[in-house]
Design a protein around this ligand. Structure first.
Ligand SMILES: O=C(O)CCC(=O)C(=O)O
Ligand SMILES: [Fe+2]
Length: 343
């Protein structure tokens, strides 16, 4: 392994029965969370509400989906970059000029098809006839996992509220209806003979509020850029990796770090991960801070991720950031998806 980083570990369990007269242990957890957000922007969490069994269950469901023939998976291919639910085949998405060596299934809140969505990021998931092929329990396990991640994200927000003496719920209420779960299957690659460079996931920061990530199969790949070098984030059974997103970094004026990270291949093994992107609510206002501020300057939310290497990048970046004023998070993110969609 490449010098795995020692990230803080926070046990969220004391927050489960938190009452406003703040128990000592809940306040201590809140303090640990705040420190972790400020020192690395990434940390591991455990919680008595989330077991190793839950992790293995979602790994099994993930593998079963990706093992299906391409013809079945492509029946539920995502239709566009904006409303991103469905299957994403190898090569269809990239956050840079590189080819990302992965396939993915993206889904979210189980929207009732008879309810009218109130914005462009809400709507039914793409399941097609997967219930028949994989059995109804399969979809149930995905939905259960989604609810578990929403629950933990809300618990984290509660912890951060205690720490910051700040009301954060108003940014998040309803965010679970536009948040996304993405199940990933990475293919090993080697760049020796590749004309276009391959990578698992291009270096980026996450756009939302918080990201919760599982890497249950113990294959290395996820790395964080820390102290000017790429460091592995080791897989730890029963632990969830959490990182702050750009939005959380913006509302804390950059004091919470939205860490740069990427996924690479060890050249031999396939890898699975389950990544929950917890977004603020659709109409959350994007705070505009000075875009030249080095603390927020490198956030992916302000970059055009199609052009991460050439000169055009700055031009594009300018264009994106000057377009923010008055634009709400959801509207902006719907546009951002078009930058990474190559279909
Ligand atoms: O799959 C992983 O471990 C991380 C993926 C990631 O960073 C992302 O999709 O934003
Ligand atoms: Fe990410």
């Amino acid at each position: 392994m490449q010098n795995p980083i020692q990230l803080p570990v926070v046990d969220l369990s004391p927050l489960l029965d938190y009452v406003p007269s703040a128990t000592k242990s809940a306040s201590r957890i809140a303090f640990e969370l705040q420190n972790a957000c400020m020192s690395h922007g990434a940390f591991y969490v455990t919680c008595s509400s989330f077991s190793r069994d839950s992790e293995l269950k979602i790994l099994d469901s993930t593998r079963r989906f990706f093992n299906l023939p391409e013809s079945v998976k492509s029946n539920i291919s995502i239709k566009s970059g904006g409303f991103t639910r469905g299957y994403i085949a190898m090569g269809v998405e990239s956050g840079s000029h590189r080819v990302e060596s992965k396939e993915a299934l993206s889904y979210g809140y189980e929207w009732n098809p008879s309810d009218k969505p109130s914005n462009s990021l809400q709507g039914p998931n793409e399941w097609d006839n997967l219930d028949e092929i994989l059995g109804p329990e399969w979809r149930k396990s995905l939905n259960e996992f989604y609810s578990q991640m929403v629950f933990l994200a809300k618990l984290l927000v509660k912890g951060l509220e205690i720490a910051l003496h700040l009301e954060l719920q108003s940014y998040c209420t309803g965010g679970e209806t536009i948040s996304l779960m993405r199940l990933f299957h990475y293919f090993p690659y080697s760049n020796e003979q590749n004309e276009v460079e391959a990578i698992g996931s291009s270096p980026h920061t996450d756009w939302g509020f918080l990201t919760l990530l599982l890497q249950p199969d113990n294959v290395k790949g996820l790395q964080i850029f820390y102290d000017n070098e790429w460091r592995d984030i080791a897989s730890k059974p029963g632990h969830i990796v959490v990182n702050c997103g750009d939005y959380l970094s913006l509302i804390t004026k950059g004091s919470f770090i939205s860490p740069l990270h990427r996924v690479i291949s060890d050249g031999a093994n396939e890898r699975y991960s389950m990544v929950f992107f917890y977004y603020p609510k659709y109409d959350a206002h994007i705070p505009v801070i000075d875009v030249r501020d080095p603390k927020i300057h490198n956030l992916s939310i302000f970059k055009d991720q199609k052009y991460d290497k050439d000169d055009k990048r700055n031009e594009q970046k300018q264009e994106m950031s000057s377009n923010i004023d008055g634009v709400c998070f959801g509207e902006y993110i719907a546009r951002k998806w078009d930058q990474v969609y190559r279909g």
